[in-house]
Write a protein that binds this ligand. Structure first.
Ligand code: UD1
Ligand code: UDP
Length: 450
């Protein structure tokens, strides 16, 4: 048992815009908690005023105690430099716990620094999986999960993913996603304070789509980026408001698409906006077109339909509640779903979610309570030997070997008492297991049996 008077020394590490937003409520609660001694560390992965400074101010966050100022570097160099600097800081502080949120290089560096120094690590938004190992974020998520003593999972599905990865149940805590906390705390202020609609001269009631994209698969590849932009330019009747990520702007210029966008009548590319402006834009928009992780969640929370420019998502809950459609690189699908949402009121209504699967807005409070309980019981310690003696029950099923008639994903799951995690077509391409998808004879199903 630990004395109640001992303060818990916690280091909270952030690196990018979405991390600042998602930990904002937790950070402020910990800062004023008399039982917690907080050190706030920023890696500097995002550093521009519009990607960092404005978020500290709007979200009312203190300046970081340490800013590593790593800057933009190749992935491995960036991660390596963060490891070295974080190690030095951690060595000085010797915290009881290191916390980080999400799946960026910063989070991986934080998790590895903790692990290599035998300091417990708490992973916020643990267990979400796209099952797409081409994504740098997916590798970061899996590796980070292996290092964590406390896995704060946002949904039941993410709990299941962690169990499948062999993480012991006593290390997993279902707390919801802290993005709900951030939206609840800021939405009213944003609606009152933000003048973005006036600044952009958007007349009251004017319909528009909010567009963001920054995934390397969309914006680092000339053909993919060109296809998306040209499809949007062809959808002339739709007005897109496009706060563009610096990575995207850089590539738009590099691929000679800048002029075309700037002279177009229906794409308004603007600089990244602050969080209040973003919340207001989301609220006023007709629907959201994005490849962002956070925006897929915020769309559901704010009851906006979302089209996602990806082939898979680590937020399938947004699809399950009917609010999100993946279009991947299928530009015909992008065109038809967008037009449908823009013109067909019945279809539009069918995509407004009636529930929010991402939590009740209290995840920050829940995490603090769990940390305090663990500290009080002397459990904020890396156990020497701890292993799981049950093997996650996951199987790959070749559908050509099935005798039964072909059915949909959801019927198959009910009949076989399993959850289909991923489907591969005959060429090995990954397909998202939507409930109504028909299973054909040429598929492989990765299923977890209950
Ligand atoms: C990173 C994360 C991604 C997350 C995203 C949130 C990784 C591997 N990627 O992607 O998971 O979804 O942040 O936005 O960790 N740049 C600036 N100013 C800045 C920051 C970046 O101009 O303040 C430019 C630089 O040219 C840089 C590029 O953006 O090379 C990409 O930045 P980087 O942090 O490497 O990746 P993101 O695409 O932002
Ligand atoms: N966001 C913002 N201004 C912008 C673009 C995004 O405030 O111009 C917010 C958005 O509301 C969400 C988060 O930043 O909360 C998402 O960041 P991003 O898309 O860069 O990262 P991801 O969520 O994909 O990791």
């Amino acid at each position: 048992m630990v004395s109640k008077m001992t303060k818990i020394k916690i280091c909270l590490i952030t690196g990018t815009r979405p991390e600042l937003i998602k930990v904002s409520v937790l950070l402020k609660l910990m800062k004023k908690d008399p039982q917690i001694q907080l050190t706030f560390i920023h890696s500097g992965q995002h550093y521009d005023e519009l990607m960092f400074g404005s978020f500290l101010r709007d979200l009312n966050l203190p300046n970081p105690d340490y800013n590593i100022e790593v800057g933009s570097l190749p992935n491995s160099v960036q991660t390596g430099k963060m490891l070295i600097s974080l190690n030095d800081i951690i060595y000085r502080i010797v915290p009881d716990l290191i916390l980080a949120q999400g799946d960026t290089n910063t989070v991986l560096a934080a998790a590895l620094t903790s692990f290599k120094n035998n300091i417990p690590f708490g992973h916020i938004e643990a267990g979400i999986r796209s099952f797409d190992m081409r994504m740098p974020e997916e590798i970061n998520r899996v590796l980070t999960g292996s290092c964590a003593l406390l896995n704060f999972a946002p949904t039941q599905l993410s709990v299941n993913n962690l169990i499948d990865n062999g993480i012991l149940p006593n290390r997993i805590f279902l707390v919801g996603n802290p993005i709900v906390d951030a939206v609840h705390e800021n939405i009213e202020i944003a609606n009152k304070k933000s003048k973005i609609d006036q600044n952009l001269e958007i007349e009251s009631g004017k319909k528009f789509v909010l567009l963001t994209m920054h995934r390397p698969s969309n914006v680092d590849n000339r053909e993919n980026l060109k296809n998306i932009i040209e499809t949007l330019l062809q959808n002339k009747e739709i007005l897109y408001i496009f706060p563009a990520h610096p990575r995207t702007v850089k590539n738009i210029k590099k691929f000679n698409l800048y002029e075309e966008i700037q002279t177009s009548k229906n794409i308004r590319m603007i600089e990244p906006v602050n969080y209040f402006d973003m919340l207001k834009l989301m609220n006023l928009s007709s629907f959201i077109l994005t490849d962002s992780g956070g925006l897929q969640e915020e769309a559901v929370i704010l009851k906006k339909p979302c089209i996602t420019l990806r082939e898979n998502t680590e937020r399938p809950e947004s699809i399950e509640v009917g609010a999100n459609i993946l279009v991947g690189t299928d530009m015909q699908k992008l065109k038809s779903v967008s037009t449908n949402l823009w013109t067909n009121k019945v279809f539009y209504k069918s995509m407004i979610p009636h529930e929010n699967p991402f939590g009740d807005g209290n995840s920050s409070k829940k995490m603090i309570q769990i940390i305090k309980d663990a500290h009080q019981k002397g459990k904020l310690q890396i156990p020497f030997i701890e292993f799981k003696n049950t093997i996650p029950h996951c199987k790959l099923i070749d559908t050509s070997s099935l005798d039964e008639d072909l059915i949909t994903v959801s019927d198959f799951e009910k009949e076989k008492s399993c959850i289909i995690l991923e489907i591969f077509d005959y060429e090995g391409n990954s397909i998202f297991p939507s409930p109504n998808l028909e299973i054909t004879k040429k598929m492989k199903l990765k299923a977890r049996f209950i």
